[in-house]
Design a protein around this ligand. Structure first.
Ligand code: 5AD
Ligand code: SF4
Length: 447
């Protein structure tokens, strides 16, 4: 590949989970630290990072079609963009991407993206580079300090997964479970707060598997970290996602009753409402044990909003077993949830299991499950009308004087008022829709 001039503008396109959004932000920061500017809306960037997701569906095909589109746009504009493929598809299929897509000059895995600037130097010199090493932690030490954020920010505290659910690629693409050190997390949170964050969402594949030592050398779990973060002045709200039912501790339940800054919201995936399916998924919890855990959270924090993930059509799932999932949903009444058709992932045990379910059956089950989840989400929103709560202002709405923020229960709330981004306002919820609510400002709390 010929020598190219160094890029002046970049665009990072992140797909998939919030951890990818966080990684995308950090890659953007490391490019900005090199003096490369974000491309303006609608402008072709000199460098494009495709930060990919491998969890479901035809992720790799999507990457190739995105690459094709970039090459075409480059040809039309008479300039070829430098293309980097990052994220979990890069980790899983890096070599194939290099072989199949000559327009790609950098392939970088989720544990190696701190090396993106060096790879970029090589790419400018005409060399192609792949880096899918998995040196834990090194990445975070090598990245520039946080400087940019909105009112809400993500903070990855834990990465990877040792659970090996039989359908899931994460243990292969993100590697073994690691926890970032306490002091690094407090320092990063402080930087985010200085940069304007008023809410921090702690991220991890199994965020509640986080362990560390506090500043006095005492062993602590995620609840200890949450309590330490809650002591930081100017931080108003703390959230976390995603948790695993098996890593729930007494301390984690207790913190929901005791830490005011911790929002009353819990995302606790269950995947299925049937014990045989859960066993085949290697979930190592039962429906009963999951329900017991939820009950304990509800005891500690009666208004807690519950959320979860579901997979329909796991190999061998019978109609009766699927009906158990609907039964579980009826019992829990989730405030919000995510549901997916099972997607065979190459290299995972479930991909070669007998009893793969036909597409039409999966689609029918997904539609029925989503009807039930939508019904419950609307009911949850409708039941919020008449309540007053705090809303953290995140952005302007479409109309002048209109703003959008989140309730403590992660509902989007629209309202009008004389406020600014990052303000915490007291709002009465006056009208509910399926995906958002309308609010009326009662008073300013902080900002
Ligand atoms: N097929 C469908 N859904 C999946 N998920 C993970 N792997 C698969 C798969 N192979 C879902 C799970 C998980 C969420 C992040 O994605 O519900 O909790
Ligand atoms: Fe995947 Fe299961 Fe780990 Fe979640 S717990 S990341 S679903 S292997």
């Amino acid at each position: 590949m010929p020598h190219t001039s160094p890029p002046k503008t970049y665009r990072v396109k992140s797909f998939g989970c919030q951890m990818n959004v966080y990684d995308g932000e950090r890659m953007a920061e490391s490019l900005a630290a090199r003096g490369i500017a974000p491309a303006a809306e609608g402008e072709d960037a000199d460098l494009v990072v495709l930060n990919t997701c491998h969890i479901r569906e035809k992720a790799a095909e999507k990457v190739y079609s995105d690459i094709g589109r970039l090459v075409k746009a480059g040809d039309a504009a008479g300039k070829k963009p430098l293309i980097a493929v990052a994220g979990c598809v890069a980790q899983a299929e890096g070599e194939e991407i290099m072989a199949r897509a000559p327009a790609v000059s950098m392939v970088v895995g989720p544990q190696a993206y701190h090396r993106l600037p060096e790879m970029l130097d090589k790419a400018v010199a005409g060399e192609r580079a792949t880096d899918t090493d998995m040196p834990p932690i090194a990445k975070f030490d090598a990245l520039p300090a946080r400087r940019r954020t909105g009112a809400t920010a993500f903070l990855t505290i834990q990465e990877g997964c040792d659970k090996f659910c039989t359908y899931c690629v994460v243990p292969y693409t993100r590697g073994a479970e690691i926890s970032r050190p306490f002091k690094d997390l407090i320092a990063e949170a402080q930087k985010l707060i200085e940069a304007g964050a008023r809410e921090i969402t702690l991220l991890g594949q199994n965020v509640n598997a986080w362990t560390g030592e506090d500043d006095k050398g005492r062993a602590i779990g995620m609840d200890g970290l949450v309590r330490a973060l809650a002591a930081l002045p100017d931080l108003q709200r703390i959230r976390y996602t995603t948790s695993h039912p098996n890593d729930v501790t007494d301390g984690m339940i207790a913190m929901h009753g005791e830490v005011d800054k911790l929002m009353p919201y819990l995302h606790l995936p269950v995947q299925s409402g049937n014990d045989r399916v859960l066993k085949a998924m290697n979930r190592s919890h039962t429906v009963e044990s999951y329900l017991r855990v939820l009950e304990r959270f509800r005891e500690a924090r009666p208004d807690i909003a519950l959320s979860g993930d579901f997979i329909v059509g796991f190999p061998g799932e019978s109609e009766a077993e699927f009906a158990d999932t609907l039964k579980l949903v009826d019992e829990v009444r989730y405030a919000q949830a995510f549901s997916f058709k099972y997607s065979p992932r190459p290299g995972t045990p479930a991909a070669t299991m007998e009893g793969q379910i036909a597409k039409e059956v999966m689609e029918d089950r997904l539609a029925r499950l989503q009807d039930a989840l939508n019904r419950d989400q609307l009911a949850f929103n409708a039941a919020s009308v008449g309540k007053s709560c705090t809303v953290l202002v995140e952005r302007k709405g479409k109309h002048p004087g209109q703003w959008l923020g989140k309730s403590p229960w992660l509902q989007s709330v629209w309202f009008e008022g004389d406020v600014g981004i990052g303000d915490l306002v007291h709002v009465e919820l006056v009208e509910a829709g399926p995906n958002s609510l309308a609010g009326k400002v009662l008073e300013h709390v902080a900002g």
